[in-house]
Design a protein around this ligand. Structure first.
Ligand code: HEC
Length: 112
């Protein structure tokens, strides 16, 4: 009787061991077949009014559209709102393609 108990114990342990091993084999196979899921992150850089847009306007449209200028009251260029309001109308005076692209991107973001 005692022997039978020991035997069945061994059998149980053996089975458990076997199950464990076969499972880990499956897991290893799954891992081996898995597709790489890490994709290169795209850097999304926002265009900033202060850093990208205002310097363009400052360099070209002073003094008239800035504090003290004759157009400051009607069209102040130290605020993003004017850029949103004018949109591509600005391109009648800003012809540089890179600058136009920056302004377009800024307007498309629809944020200050
Ligand atoms: C020497 C002063 C002066 C400078 C510099 C100046 N503006 Fe103006 N701007 C004016 C005046 C005055 C008006 C209103 C009368 C007019 O249309 O000429 C005006 C009007 C505008 C308008 C209204 C629509 C239009 O075309 O008339 C826009 C847009 C404009 N300016 C954009 C700009 C931009 C962009 C710059 C810089 C690249 C700039 N301005 C530089 C004086 C200036």
């Amino acid at each position: 009787m005692k022997l039978l108990l020991i035997y069945s114990c061994l059998l149980l342990v053996g089975c458990a061991q076997f199950k464990k091993e076969s499972r880990s084999v499956v897991i290893i196979e799954e891992v081996g077949q898995a597709e790489p899921t890490v994709e290169p992150q795209k850097a999304v850089e926002l265009v900033s009014f202060e850093k990208d847009i205002e310097p363009i306007l400052l360099s070209r449209c002073q003094p008239c559209h800035f504090t003290g200028g004759k157009m400051y009251e009607k069209l102040p260029f130290d605020t993003a709102a004017t850029v949103h309001k004018l949109g591509e109308e600005l391109f009648t005076r800003i012809k540089d393609e890179k600058e136009q692209a920056l302004i377009k991107a800024f307007i498309a973001q629809k944020i200050d």
